[in-house]
Design a protein around this ligand. Structure first.
Ligand code: MN
Length: 560
């Protein structure tokens, strides 16, 4: 059969149309099914348990992604999990779209009648229900965990696959747990027998995550070459990340003929996790034609980011910033050389358009201004913010920007606006912070002592005040010195944790009390001029008072 091209099969979402579903057969040799097991293996991550309604929400999202199979849970493990799988089967697993797509809903079961019956009860409301049953085939598991001989394992495996089929389930996945450490001859034998017994997908897991990519690739190739009836089933790859090789092993399995890849969102799962859906799918999407002889999936990748965030939220499994594709830094360019290249041509440093995983790039994302940023990145951002500076102004802003960036890892738009407005308005600082001391706690009111320098007369002024908290007492002490009635309009702070250092950025907006500078003719409301200041540092009180004094200086300057 000639390979199907995307233009022939693209659906309205721009992703590849799913081929006709038949449990044991994929009409297009290059088509790779994606089985998502976020709700089963992913939920086995320590601390990642989810409520049934959360699992249902994730399943809905997985259907938007277009995963071929949702492994929805392990129904015999708890009443909650049974309920969740049943709900998913009846709702998400019954909702056939215009293109005929509906995900297969799979429920896990050990190789015993009770587990299999419960799994079937949970999934049978789906349009395409599947039972996934597993038994260990490695010496170490059979001897120590199952306490069964090879013959016993072989016997129970075949009986249970037949039992699952006898319930009316025509889609049975059989899993040889710990396959990578199993004797190959035994694998060929047991797989051949379960295929005869009616298995439609056979899954070859690296349960303990020990394989190297070429080993796993050879294992799949050997099974393909030596197992009777293998041409009548779909081979599945299921890899764990104990050496950080889950994705590498999974795609190596695909090279050798695995056509169902088992993955989880964000790569969560037992211990170090599973292969990450987003990494496997994007590798095939971006390199499938070039280095996988045309392998492809039907995943609508635009939903990746949203799904990732949902899973992160529900499981409380937070992503490291440099997580491939979905981490906060995955599409961020920081150094000046990289930013310059990226601005000239995105592909200089970007192999995947972020839009393809659903990341709509705002100005916030593409370039982060930090201490390694160059003039090009700064100028571009200032232009986007609407500032057209003269050459000498750019120079001055650039050096101020560098000074702020040295203190602060990331310079935000608000910081930039403050820098530029200082530059444009040339504010003279009347007051400078000299020293500050604060006591706070639960015993009484906070007290602050503040010492400011007056840069005009060179005087040193000290004042003390009490307040409802440390920030309040400091601001009041400043007010006593400058002898102005000030209204605090807004106070915000953001924190950024870099290792052990917490950088606190404070933004303060103030206005004069009873200052009617102008009146809006229509609403008769007084419009107060507002002055803002920012402070950054590792101490929240010092950062706050710096921001406050910066705003005060602007306010006093405007009087002149
Ligand atoms: Mn697993």
């Amino acid at each position: 059969m000639a390979p199907i091209t995307s233009s022939e099969t693209g659906n309205k979402n721009g992703s590849q149309k799913h081929p006709h579903y038949k449990p044991n057969y994929i009409p297009d040799h290059n088509y790779v099914r994606i089985l998502d097991t976020t709700l089963r293996d992913g939920e086995q991550s320590p601390g990642a348990a989810m409520a049934p309604h959360q699992k249902l929400n994730i399943a809905r999202q997985l259907a938007k992604l277009g995963v071929d199979v949702i492994e929805a849970g392990f129904p015999c493990s708890s009443k909650d999990d049974f309920a969740a799988v049943k709900m998913i089967a009846e709702e998400v697993g019954s909702n056939v779209d215009d293109d005929g797509y509906v995900p297969v809903i799979a429920g896990g079961a050990r190789c015993n009648e009770k587990d299999i019956e419960i799994a079937w009860e949970a999934v049978k409301g789906a349009k395409r229900p599947r039972i996934s049953t597993f038994i260990a085939t490695s010496e170490i598991h059979m001897k120590h965990k199952l306490k069964k001989t090879k013959e016993e394992v072989l016997d129970v495996a075949c009986r249970m696959v037949k039992f699952a089929r006898s319930l009316g389930c025509d889609d049975v996945q059989f899993i040889t747990e710990d396959a990578v450490r199993s004797e190959k001859e035994f694998l060929y034998q047991i797989l051949g027998e379960v295929i005869k017994a009616g298995a439609t997908t056979i899954d070859i897991p690296d349960t303990v995550g020990i394989a190297m990519p070429w080993e796993y690739e050879k294992l799949i190739a050997d099974i393909k070459a030596n197992t009777d009836g293998i041409e009548n089933v779909v081979i599945a790859a299921h890899c764990h990340n104990d050496f950080g090789l889950a994705v590498a092993n999974t795609i190596a399995g695909a090279r050798a003929g695995a056509r169902q890849l088992e993955v989880t969102m964000n790569g969560i799962g037992e211990r170090a996790g599973n292969a990450a859906l987003e990494e496997v799918v994007m590798a095939l999407k971006c390199r499938g034609a070039a280095v996988f002889d045309g392998l492809y999936t039907s995943i609508n990748t635009k939903h990746i980011l949203k799904t990732s965030k949902m899973v992160e939220d529900y499981t409380n499994m937070h992503l490291q910033p440099h997580k491939a594709l979905v981490g906060a830094n995955a599409f961020v360019h920081e150094s000046g050389i990289h930013q310059d290249g990226w601005l000239k041509h995105k592909a200089t440093y970007e192999i995947i358009p972020p839009e393809s995983i659903g990341l709509e790039r705002s100005n916030e994302v593409g370039i982060v201004l930090g201490k390694l940023s160059g003039r090009q990145g700064l100028m571009k951002r200032l232009k986007e913010l609407g500032y057209h500076l003269k050459e000498n102004e750019i120079d001055s802003v650039f050096w101020k920007f560098k000074a702020v960036a040295d203190k602060k890892k990331r310079v935000t738009d608000v910081d930039l606006r403050a820098l530029v407005s200082n530059e444009v308005t040339q504010v003279e600082s009347i007051w400078k912070l000299s020293d500050i001391q604060v006591t706070c706690g639960t015993l009484g009111l906070s007290t602050a002592t503040v010492r400011l320098n007056n840069t005009i007369d060179g005087g040193i002024h000290v004042a003390c005040s009490v307040g409802s908290g440390s920030i309040d007492s400091v601001f009041k002490a400043v007010n006593l010195i400058i002898k102005e009635a000030i209204k605090l309009v807004q106070y915000t702070l953001t924190t950024m944790i870099e290792g052990v250092d917490v950088v606190i950025t404070t933004h303060v907006r103030i206005c004069r009390m009873n200052d009617h500078a102008s009146t809006h003719s229509l609403v008769e409301e007084s419009i107060q001029p507002i002055f803002s200041g920012i402070g950054a540092g590792t101490d929240v009180v010092v950062s706050s008072v710096e921001a406050y004094i910066a705003a005060v200086n602007k306010m006093l300057d405007s009087k002149k």
